[in-house]
Design a protein around this ligand. Structure first.
Ligand code: APR
Length: 329
């Protein structure tokens, strides 16, 4: 049977980890595209030279030509600038929109059947732009944010409770920005509510709520925490692992339930905007959006997050005036 073909657009920090993970898991042959000459070729040659020790049989190719992405089953996009300390993801809108437009045009022309997973920031706006430029069905153009944000939330809970993170379930919905919505009510350790555990640990409800509020805040700002420490660049292991989990769910038709930046058509009260919600990911891409009842407070936070995304989308026609008609459509 033919191997799957995965193309990575952007061969920087995240692109490099993506390539390694895809190869080590033998998800398929990997093509890495970048505009910098030699960079993708060098990284893929370096990676190919560990195939024996890592025991993988996949073809790896670095390129500066979009023609090499032809026939891709999945494309993961990281092209664009990462933020610097003190910047929010939204500050990248101007520069990364122009890059995303070029990338989406390349994908549309050379890999019209591919599923596309976007990682570039500001995430929700970049996914929207990619879908509009390619015109691909929405279930084939999605964004990685919620898997990572949820994993960060799970990590903080696990560290606080002293339990394995594998047993923690917690979800973060909404946009991939400072307004994201960690869902505290359903956070649990193998089904046992986290809040109940915190109240037992501290013997005091108010203290437990304070500890949870701090974890929620850290989750929202977790990307910035890494940016500040690195000093130059943003998180790369965690977004790469998260996107690979999504790609694997599609390639292996796993029907995983993951928080995905997906186009909503009325779900959660949102009409025609991309935002993070729980989805079933399988061979059809987003096969189902799983709706559930948000309480009043959660819905208000979710709506606030949607409004923040809407503001960015409203700016796109000014940044890309030549695309104004498509963007409003
Ligand atoms: N087409 C293809 N690749 C491009 C283009 C373009 N038009 N413009 C820039 N690139 C490439 C750069 O050459 C670089 O190799 O994108 C790569 C980005 O890599 P890094 O700068 O290392 O950034 P990274 O940490 O990988 O993050 C990429 O993901 O999480 C987001 O905020 C982050 O937007 C950023 C993106």
């Amino acid at each position: 049977m033919k191997r799957a073909k995965i193309s990575l657009i952007g061969g920087g920090q995240i692109g490099g980890v993506l390539a390694q993970l895809c190869a080590q898991r033998e998800l398929g042959d990997v093509v890495m595209f970048d505009i910098v000459e030699g960079l993708p070729q060098g990284k893929m040659l370096d990676l190919a030279e560990v195939a024996r020790i890592d025991q993988f049989d996949v073809d790896l190719k670095g390129t500066n030509s979009y023609t090499d992405i032809a026939g891709s089953d999945i494309i993961i996009v990281t092209a664009g600038l990462p933020r610097k300390p003190g910047m929010s993801r939204d500050d990248l809108l101007g520069i990364n929109s122009k890059i995303m437009k070029q990338v989406a045009e390349g994908i549309k022309e050379h890999a019209p059947e591919a599923f596309v997973i976007i990682i570039s920031n500001p995430l929700d706006a970049m996914v929207t732009l990619c879908q509009k430029v390619t015109g691909f069905p929405a279930e084939r153009v999605i964004g990685q944010a919620g898997v990572l944000d949820s994993n960060r939330f799970c990590s903080f809970i696990a560290w606080e409770l002293g339990v394995s993170v594998r047993d923690v379930n917690a979800m973060v919905l909404g946009g991939h920005g400072d307004t994201m919505v960690p869902i505290v009510r359903y956070a649990n350790v193998n089904g046992i509510p986290v809040m109940e555990q915190l109240i037992r640990k501290y013997g005091d409800k108010a203290k437990a709520e304070e500890v949870m509020a701090a974890m929620v805040e850290r989750t929202k700002m977790a990307g910035g925490e890494v940016v500040k420490l690195l000093g130059n660049g943003s998180a790369f292991y965690s977004p790469a692992s998260s996107a690979v989990a999504m790609a694997e769910a599609i390639l292996r038709d796993q029907k995983r339930v993951l928080p995905v930046c997906a186009l909503l058509k009325g779900e959660f009260g949102v009409e025609n905007y991309y935002i993070g919600v729980p989805c079933v990911l399988g061979a059809g891409g987003v096969e189902n959006i799983i709706e559930f009842e948000l309480n009043e407070e959660e819905q208000a936070m979710f709506d606030n997050s949607v409004n923040a995304v809407k503001k960015l989308i409203d700016e796109l026609p000014t940044i890309l005036p030549e695309m104004a008609d498509i963007l409003k459509g």
